[in-house]
Each structure stands twice: as C-alpha cells, then as structure tokens.
Design a protein around this ligand. Sequence first.
Ligand SMILES: Cc1cc2nc3c(=O)[nH]c(=O)nc-3n(C[C@H](O)[C@H](O)[C@H](O)COP(=O)(O)O)c2cc1C
Length: 382
Amino acid sequence: MDIERRFACIAHMEAAARRRIPRFAWDYMAGGIGREKVLAENIERLDQVKLRPRYLVDDADAPDTAHSLFGVDFSLPFGVAPLGLSGLIWPAAAEHLARAARDRGIPFTLSGMATSSIEQIGAIGGHLWYQHYATNDTAINSDLLERAHGAGFKVLVVTVDIPTLTRRDRDIRNGLSVPPAIDLRTLLDILAHPAWALAMLRQGMPEFLNLKPYLPAPLSLSELGVYLSELIEGHVSIDKLRWYRQQWPGKLIVKGILDAEDARACVDIGADALVVSNHGGRQLDAAQTAVDALPAIRAAVGGDFPLLADGGIRNGLDIARYLALGADFVLLGRAFMFALGAIGSGGGVHAMSVLQHELRSTLGQLGCGEIRRLPEFLLREE
Ligand SMILES: Cc1cc2nc3c(=O)[nH]c(=O)nc-3n(C[C@H](O)[C@H](O)[C@H](O)COP(=O)(O)O)c2cc1C
C-alpha cells in the first residue's frame, strides 16, 4: 500500500511511529511533565474549539493556504517547532525536517539542543529560524548568534519557559542520556526496533553538535549532563531579552509566553513576535493551554502584533482552530516526529502535504477563501 493510503492522517503516523521507535526515545518525545494533564489538555481544549461554516457563499472554491508573517511570505501558515535531541527520536531528524520545510516553503526551527549543527542545517537553506537556550556565558551566546546569522538563519527564537531543570518522570525512569547509555534494558529496547537501529547505525550516535565546540572534552555521560545543566542559564530576564534584541540583526521571537504582562514586556523591548506555548505540556503541569491563554495575550499586545501558538496540533483543522482564535501562525512539534518515526526520511514532506490538504479542505468547508479571514468563522461561546 502506498503512503497516501497507509498514512492518511497524523494519527495513523503516530500509531506506526510508536511501534518503530524504541521506548526510551518514544517516552522522551511523546511524554510530558507530572501527571501529563497539560499534555492531554492541549489536545482536549483544541478539540472544543468550534467553527461556524458558511455554505451560501461562492468566493471560497479554491481556498488559498499561503500566508505571511512579519512581511515574509510562506506557502502555509505553520512551521516546524524546535525539538531538542530530535536525532535521538529519529536519526538525522532535523536534516530531514529542514529539507521538507525548505521544499514546502515553510519555516524550520533548529533547537539549540539539536543533534544537528547550525552549519549542517544552514547548508540546507530555506526559511531557517534558530532557537536559543540562553547560556550563562556571554561569549558562547554571542558566538552561537554569530554562527546562526552567518549560516543564513533569519530569525532568532529565544525560549524562556525552562527557568529550571525539568524533571520528567518517564525520562528519569528510562535513564535517558545523550548518547544513550546502553544497559541491558536499552539494548533489548533497541534490538526490538530494527528500523530505528539500522538508521541510527548508518547515521552514528547523536551528539549535541551545536554545543560541542564549547564543551571541555572528553566528558563522561554523567559529567556531560552536569556540565550542560550548569551551562544553560535557565531564567531569562527581560534585561537578557533586551541584550538579545541588541545583538541579533534579524527578527526576534520570544517562545513560551503564557502571561499578558510578560507579553507586553516582550513587545516593549522590541520583540517581533511571540509564541504562546506551554512547551507541549513538558514544563508545568498546571500551565494554561495556548488555546486559553491566547485571548488575554492578544488583548495585551493589540490586533496587529504577530502571535504564534503551539501545542496539541494533530491535523489541518487544529491549525485552522488556532488561527480562528487569533494566532497569526502556528508551530507543530510531535506531529512531525510521528511522521519521521512512521515513514523515515520522507515523513516530513508527507505530513506537511497531509496537513495542507486537511487545512484546505477545512477552509473550503467553512467557506473561507483565505487564512487571514479565519477569525470570522470562530463560534464564540456566550
Ligand atoms: C521532544 C521535544 C523536544 C522539544 N525541544 C524543544 C527545544 O529544544 N526548544 C524549545 O523551545 N521547545 C522544545 N519543545 C517544545 C516544542 O517546540 C513545541 O512547543 C511543542 O512540541 C508543541 O506541542 P506539540 O508537540 O503538541 O505540537 C520540544 C518538544 C518536544 C516534544
């Protein structure tokens, strides 16, 4: 059966990926923090967003999915979210997704904790965004920004929602590390997933390639963990953000905003956009969903300020729902990893094409001819 039929939607890809990815890597990707309430809510709250179709209109026969964000034209209103350690979930994930995003004309965000380097991704080209985790060393921060700018990244995304070391129970139990520490349990896990194991064998074990130049070599696995947790600064103050604004010549996006005052502060220091996000339910198990946080943040920043949102998007309808709620653009994380896990290197292109078809069909069903009109179709609860 061809992939069009085997994987008609992201849910089909998710089911196949779960079978093909070793348990420790699956848990790292699919899991969240605490009892995983927010992880579940991201999907549940999105599911509750209702849209009102208009059938007696005739201007939406060929809906247009193209969309622009801060003056840049994209073929679709979504991009690839930053995913740290993605090379552990599927070998060379960042390269595969960067190529797919380039070919589809949408943005790809490289995580600062990626296992592919800024330079490798820069060579692929396309709309490249670099996501940065602030380190406590100004020289390293400056160098990373210079490398990203030199490699052709146009947008800097500073993530602010990891102020403290994250404790995820599944990962603690699995003894997750990079590269994976091979005990008997992990070995059996890997052997039970031959497609992943073969792809990993061809690619080589993942490493934190972006940070490698700054690491004192050689470090044992446990030393590396301690070193990295001390290097990554955690709390990003507004003064720090101001520093990034001064240093970075391109667009600046602040990711991980859930509070209206935080949002205003970002606007005041000259950020170009925000990502309303709870980090895919991975940081605080009592956080608001982006669906619930968007209205107050939109009110705080005004109608024209670019807002992105993420969390829980699993199909084209979900993309339309966020845009109807007032987001200007959205990011997807796990959906693309499910696609790679299910299909391998071609998964990204297939997932993007499925999402595009679903989005176009949603627009058609609504009677909405273009993306920017989606808020007109939101069914507002009284
Ligand atoms: C495996 C994984 C790794 C992630 N790594 C990062 C990261 O390095 N930087 C970051 O800003 N967000 C990171 N995130 C959060 C995503 O960028 C995004 O906010 C989230 O995945 C959106 O939810 P979704 O997975 O339901 O689409 C990660 C998410 C996952 C699932």
